[in-house]
Design a protein around this ligand. Structure first.
Ligand SMILES: NC(=O)C1=CN([C@@H]2O[C@H](COP(=O)(O)OP(=O)(O)OC[C@H]3O[C@@H](n4cnc5c(N)ncnc54)[C@H](OP(=O)(O)O)[C@@H]3O)[C@@H](O)[C@H]2O)C=CC1
Ligand SMILES: CC(C)CCC[C@@H](C)[C@H]1CC=C2C3=C(CC[C@@]21C)[C@@]1(C)CC[C@H](O)C[C@@H]1CC3
Length: 417
């Protein structure tokens, strides 16, 4: 049996905060799905009507959702061109992960392409978003419960540092086991990148197809939103190995927060701009579109440049692309970059990500606040995430981290924050 009541400081407002988030997050997701299709499309304020139970529950949606999860699981199990090793665990072992996420994206695209050419009405998916979001939420609850129970039998070395306070609500939310696996199937790694992220671009595509059916052709705004977000998801899957060093994989347990976030929140909330555009078409002139493309390109350049620089450095500090950069030594033997992107601010990748988030909302015009929800939520998420990472780095690197903060005083936005 795993020990209860470890002394890791409670995050997310403790058990009360966790309970509130478990209600608030699904409620926000349904609110957004409902207001996006309403006339006024008001972010703040009640949706015009609450859905009838039959609008939420559909056996067809359940079947589609389970087929989707099964399909992505099958793609995950296909032979991978590369197996990567994760970070060292408490028991000094390292887990192995298949690097075939991009392959899963391509195979999904081929399958969907075949389906559409055979007459599959992809646009109909947009009519099923509510019941799909409902089954995704139920799945996240049931899955988190099973994971919680599974963790009762896990050895202490398999538990996450955070989600083992002894309070069942808090631990259910944060997740008790760090890397729950069935055989070689890693539940958290699978969920983090596949069903949700690929589902997000598929929903976007369905919204584009539906718009084309309604208006004769997709709008320029819809093309931009689809293109930008496809680039983002394609990039994440192309650089899949990098996710193995994120705090979600190395630090957080797999509980409701990540299960709901990965399976429901990402596909149904991150597609909000495309949902908004389907019901509220926005005119977009070519010059404005070009400026928005430039904003996205600048964001992507910073995001990719910063992430690649750190990943290259962490893999091989003598790599000629990073060997000339200034560093600080730490007591762990690892070094911290203090020039290049990581000398500009302490989280240049977040800055790039936020600039892209702005570019995803701009095609929706400025008449509504709703499509800017992602930018607002994401700012809050990254500010909170930055503070959590800061705490973890302080624990890992102590004085060297203080020195880094002295040399690079701004966190995300130069001279501002
Ligand atoms: N769209 C979305 O919803 C989300 C997107 N993201 C994106 O995912 C990506 C990964 O984010 P995340 O995992 O939060 O964080 P990072 O990729 O920024 O990783 C933080 C880690 O990088 C290392 N590090 C920090 N500073 C330095 C330095 N100066 N030199 C070398 N290494 C350093 C430390 O780990 P160590 O020293 O142990 O290597 C630190 O813990 C980001 O691009 C982020 O924008 C993240 C969350 C949500
Ligand atoms: C629902 C809650 C508010 C919190 C949910 C958080 C999750 C949605 C995010 C936690 C970390 C994530 C990462 C990504 C997507 C969102 C979640 C799962 C990426 C895969 C996005 C693409 C990037 O290139 C890598 C990211 C890693 C972290």
């Amino acid at each position: 049996m795993a020990p209860q009541g470890s002394r890791a400081p409670l995050e997310f407002g403790g058990p009360l905060g966790a309970a509130a988030l478990m209600l608030l997050l699904p409620a926000t997701m349904f609110h957004l799905l409902l207001v996006a299709r309403s006339g006024p499309a008001r972010l703040l304020g009640l949706p015009p009507h609450l859905p009838a139970p039959e609008a939420l529950w559909s056996p067809g949606a359940l079947l589609l959702w389970l087929t989707w999860l099964g399909l992505q699981a099958a793609f995950y199990l296909l032979p991978a061109h590369k197996m990567a090793e994760g970070q060292e665990l408490k028991d000094k072992s390292r887990l192995r992960y298949p690097i075939n996420g991009f392959q899963a994206l391509v195979l999904t695209a081929l399958l969907v392409g075949l389906g559409v050419s055979a007459g599959l009405p992809l646009g109909m998916l947009t009519e099923m978003l509510l019941p799909l979001a409902w089954v995704a939420t139920l799945t996240a609850f049931i899955f988190s419960l099973l994971l919680y129970l599974k963790a009762l039998m896990a050895p202490a070395s398999a538990l996450a540092p955070g989600g083992n306070s002894g309070n069942p609500v808090y631990d259910f939310f944060l997740g008790r086991e760090l890397n729950p696996r069935f055989g070689s199937f890693d539940c958290k790694y699978f969920c983090e990148l596949r069903p949700g992220l690929i589902g997000w671009v598929l929903i976007n595509l369905a919204l584009l197809v539906q718009e084309a059916e309604l208006l004769g052709s997709p709008s320029l705004a819809m093309w931009l939103v689809n293109g930008f977000q496809l680039l983002y998801v394609g990039d994440a899957l192309w650089h899949e190995e990098a996710v193995l060093t994120t705090m979600d994989i190395t630090h957080d347990g797999f509980g409701f927060m990540l299960a709901f976030g990965d399976l429901a929140w990402v596909p149904f909330t991150y597609s909000l701009q495309a949902q908004f555009l389907l019901y509220h078409p926005q005119p977009l002139e070519l010059p404005t579109a070009s400026v928005i493309c430039l904003v996205n390109a600048v964001g992507y350049y910073i995001f990719r440049g910063a992430n690649s620089q750190k990943n290259t450095f962490r893999k091989n500090p003598s790599d000629p692309r990073v060997a000339g950069l200034e560093t600080i030594s730490t007591a762990t033997g690892k070094q911290l970059l203090v020039s290049g992107w990581w000398g500009m601010v302490r989280h240049p990748n977040y800055l790039g990500d936020l600039i892209m988030a702005l570019a995803w909302s701009l095609p929706c015009g400025v008449s509504h606040l709703l499509p800017y929800f992602y930018l607002l939520y994401f700012t809050a998420l990254l500010v909170h995430r930055e503070a959590r990472d800061e705490q973890q780095c302080l624990q890992k690197y102590g004085l060297a981290w203080h020195e880094y903060c002295r040399r690079v005083p701004y966190r995300i936005v130069p001279y501002i924050y």
